[in-house]
Design a protein around this ligand. Structure first.
Ligand code: HEC
Length: 395
């Protein structure tokens, strides 16, 4: 018991340390000074005239961006939406797919014009090939290019970064509430005290509200967080979620549809004849494994800080949650739990390999497996719509 407590402490400490790192990054960004203005010479009359022309050009460019629907898919800062944020693009390298090959290329004037006129020829990595081709008047194209260039001015970029930094805080705070809200509220001491005071129904309500708020907060923060690159994901990492998600769907669908004593509110199933059945013979925490695996599969292919915090928090909570539930059941259900734990394992297939349980044909439900497949296909085809990023490695 004490041993488990120590391991908990080390795990929780490690994760707090990691999130603390994100915190430091957010802090460092928000305290960065804008670059000092270089000493400027007095503007001449012709400088003023050209500056007014430039401003008019930019105004036209922004108007075109709105009229043509560009801003429906692109934000004029660093944040990604359906397409990449348009700030900081000008003359910067980025990873693209051209003719089935992945390469790093500079987004110069020619490349940006190509992106506009024939977007299918080069696809920015990590995005769906959904941008329509545009045939615009030369003046409109020039005006758009002027805006793109303007959005990459160091000062504008700095503004965009500090704006985005607010969001990084949201991922961090949302993740902390998500992990520690769950662990805190379900720890025996807190749970007993609160449900004595509030009543069980109100306690469950509070729990759900906190869990949902934390999840929405964290996901919203993630979707609008600045892109702080930790590593450049190699193309093969995109196959991990593509190939691994069917397993996640099976674990999830079978997990939520199989009555289990590890599920909240079903503790009394420990004494049921068929307490150990179906997917529970493979692992006693199928749905938690689905969350853990979902997170682990998505981390390598998203090499940015906000994603690592989001997917890492879900993985972390799912893994610690398994140990947490086991410890609580052991403390409250005594021998009935021991008997169940003896025939099952948290680690998938361990109990089967050790001969503590046997899988039979009766444990395989074709109906549930088909439902899992349907969920997988549905996720695959709604991913771009809801997340804005295509789940397919190549078109
Ligand atoms: C339906 C959504 C959508 C619309 C509308 C749209 N884009 Fe895009 N755009 C994307 C996506 C997604 C990408 C990334 C995939 C790609 O490279 O095609 C992209 C890529 C780009 C790129 C290239 C970025 C890079 O790094 O290579 C530029 C520039 C661009 N869009 C500008 C525009 C402009 C300007 C308009 C309006 C005239 C516009 N887009 C309209 C979705 C859209």
């Amino acid at each position: 018991m004490r041993n488990l407590g120590m391991r908990y402490l080390v795990l929780v400490g490690g994760w707090v340390g990691f999130i603390g790192g994100g915190w430091a990054e957010a802090l460092a960004q928000s305290t960065q000074k804008p670059p000092a203005q270089s000493a400027q010479k007095q503007p001449t009359r012709s400088d003023l005239a050209s500056s007014i022309r430039r401003k008019e050009h930019l105004v036209l460019g922004r108007k075109v961006l709105v009229q043509q629907g560009c801003t429906g898919c692109h934000r004029l800062d660093l944040d990604r939406h359906i397409g990449p944020g348009l700030a900081g693009l000008w003359n910067k390298p980025r990873a693209i797919q051209r003719g089935g090959k992945r390469l790093h290329a500079i987004a110069d004037r020619e490349a940006l014009l190509r992106a506009l006129r024939e977007p299918q020829s080069e696809i920015r990595e990590g995005y769906a090939p959904v941008m329509p081709a545009y045939r615009l008047a030369a003046q409109e194209e020039e005006a758009i290019l002027a805006v793109l260039r303007d959005l990459s001015e160091p000062q504008k970029l700095q503004e965009a970064r500090t704006k985005g930094t607010v969001s990084l805080w949201h991922v961090i705070l949302g993740a902390l509430l998500f992990v520690f809200g769950h662990l805190g509220l379900s720890s025996l001491a807190v749970r007993r005290r609160l449900s004595d005071r509030l009543g069980n129904g109100a306690f469950q309500g509070l729990y759900s509200i906190i869990a949902l708020t934390a999840m929405l907060w964290m996901s919203w923060g993630w979707s609008s967080a600045p892109y702080v690159e930790l590593w450049v994901a190699p193309a093969w990492t995109r196959y991990l979620p593509l190939l691994g998600m069917p397993v996640v769907c099976v674990l999830f669908v079978l997990g939520v549809s199989t009555p289990s004593p590890t599920t909240a509110g079903q503790e009394n199933r420990l004494s049921a004849q068929d307490a150990v059945q179906g997917i529970l013979k493979i692992t006693r925490h199928p749905s938690l494994w689905s969350f853990a695996l979902w997170g682990m599969l998505h981390i390598p292919t998203n090499g940015d800080l906000a994603s690592v915090i989001l997917f890492g928090s879900v993985t972390f909570l799912a893994l610690v949650g398994m140990a947490h539930i086991d410890a609580r059941r052991r403390a409250t259900q005594g021998e009935a739990w021991q008997a169940f734990a003896q025939q099952t394992s948290a680690l998938p297939f361990l109990a089967v390999i050790q001969g503590r349980t046997r899988l039979t044909r009766k444990d395989v439900s074709l109906l549930r497996l088909s439902a899992a497949l349907v969920v997988y296909v549905a996720l695959l085809y709604t991913h771009t719509l809801f997340v804005g990023v295509s789940p397919f490695p190549y078109r």
